[in-house]
Design a protein around this ligand. Structure first.
Ligand SMILES: Cc1cc2nc3c(=O)[nH]c(=O)nc-3n(C[C@H](O)[C@H](O)[C@H](O)COP(=O)(O)OP(=O)(O)OC[C@H]3O[C@@H](n4cnc5c(N)ncnc54)[C@H](O)[C@@H]3O)c2cc1C
Length: 373
């Protein structure tokens, strides 16, 4: 029902991945969600198919295949009823290492990240008192001889218990600085406390007390951590938009099917305009958001500036997915809240995309030129 943008690459990825995704249908994901487990078998399958090397150069074991493949992949995972968060993270977070790592760091880790043998799922930025403002970190990196000494508290950190590599942001004398933590080596010094969250993101609070790290763990120049990290933001926004579009299409497909087959009082519920209109409105918004997604992808592929476009794509797609969950609830009635139908899980998963205030700040400032406080 939902149209796919005609693109040879996109079509090839959809055809290639759909048979694999059929092995990991909605019931697989329902079980992971209920048990709050990491989808290990799924993750290893996607790694085995080579997708984790999408942004990694061939010289380091990747495929260097580009953002369209990544975008379509995460959309398809969610459209099949899954949760692509770990795939998105494994593909995209390593771009900071690709762009700013030393030759030694890249040689040591990238081939394993590309195959999925090394999980690289986490950026630890958010703090209790700084929220989204990464310029005013309380976590510190103090120089001591050739080493750094880290003291940090981070909150809401995804996959903190599941990842091996983690990018940690801390404030050094020179400014925000990135460190590449290998938790196989320093995991016992990174205290992790799980946070019970609405979606299965294995989120945690981290405490780090006087962790001594060699300078070889610094990622990119001291003081330029934020600039290094921000180079990945446009792609990460488009991938978040793609995940939201996948969620919305999963719900639309199921809702339309249900509206065509569910009869009450000898009438199909899909005959009612009260069911049709919310679905039509949700569908039109998803299609519009999808066009913005492809527009942003085009800019990224051509190496053009994509900050505002990617922000618009993320805002529109997450809002469209949110509206779609409402339409799905209207369609399924009370059964929409029953786990068997997968609507309530998608409703919970859709909440994680709706925090858009800082993106709207970006659009207000850079696109509309509104005064900033
Ligand atoms: C599912 C999930 C996974 C996450 N994973 C990670 C992770 O892996 N790593 C990580 O570092 N962080 C992660 N986070 C944290 C996320 O980045 C923060 O929630 C976000 O940065 C906001 O911080 P906060 O929640 O403390 O909200 P606050 O900063 O307290 O903000 C509260 C509200 O005020 C709004 N607000 C704040 N400042 C402004 C402003 N200037 N203008 C307009 N509105 C404003 C915010 O948008 C928000 O709606 C995750 C969060 C969630 C929900």
């Amino acid at each position: 029902m939902a149209s796919d943008r005609p693109s040879d690459t996109a079509d090839e990825v959809r055809s290639a991945i759909r048979p694999t995704l059929e092995r990991f249908g909605p019931d697989y994901w329902r079980e992971q969600d209920a048990k709050k487990t990491f989808p290990t078998e799924f993750f290893e399958t996607i790694g085995g198919a080579g997708y984790f090397g999408t942004f990694i150069p061939e010289a380091h074991g990747g495929a260097d295949a580009g953002p369209v493949i990544a975008s379509v992949l995460v959309e398809e995972v969610n459209r099949a009823g899954g949760d692509a968060a770990c795939v998105n993270a494994q593909m995209a977070i390593c771009r900071t290492l690709v762009l700013h790592g030393t030759d030694e760091q890249k040689a040591r880790y990238l081939p394993g990240v590309a195959s999925g043998a090394i999980r690289f799922l986490t950026v630890a930025a958010t703090e209790p008192d700084s929220g989204a403002n990464m310029t005013e970190l309380a976590s510190t990196a103090r120089r001591d001889g050739d080493d750094w000494v880290i003291n940090a508290q981070k909150v809401l950190i995804s996959f903190a218990q599941e990842t091996r590599l983690m990018i940690l942001l801390a404030r050094a004398e020179q400014g925000t600085t990135l460190f590449l933590l290998d938790l196989d080596q320093v995991g016992d010094k990174v205290e992790r406390h799980p946070i019970d969250l609405v979606a299965n993101r294995m989120t945690a609070t981290l405490f780090i007390d006087e962790l001594r790290l060699p300078d070889s763990t610094r990622l990119g120049p001291a003081g330029e951590g934020l600039a290094c990290l921000m180079k990945g933001f446009a792609i990460r926004r488009v991938l978040a938009a793609s995940e939201a579009i996948g969620n919305a299409r999963f719900l639309l497909d199921r809702s339309v099917e249900y509206a065509k087959t569910r009869e009450t009082n000898d009438r199909l519920i899909g005959e009612h305009q009260g069911i049709q209109y919310p679905l039509v409105q949700a569908y039109s918004k998803v299609e519009a958001a999808d066009l913005m997604r492809w527009d942003a992808l085009g800019l990224i592929e051509r190496g053009e500036e994509a900050n505002a476009r990617s922000a618009l794509a993320k805002v529109l797609a997450s809002e469209a997915a949110w509206e779609t969950t409402r339409a799905a609830l209207t369609t399924f009635g009370g059964w929409g809240l029953a786990g068997d139908y997968h609507v309530e899980r998608k409703l919970r998963e859709s909440t994680v995309y709706v925090f858009n205030n800082l993106l709207m700040n970006l659009i207000a400032d850079r696109v509309l030129g509104l005064p900033t406080g």
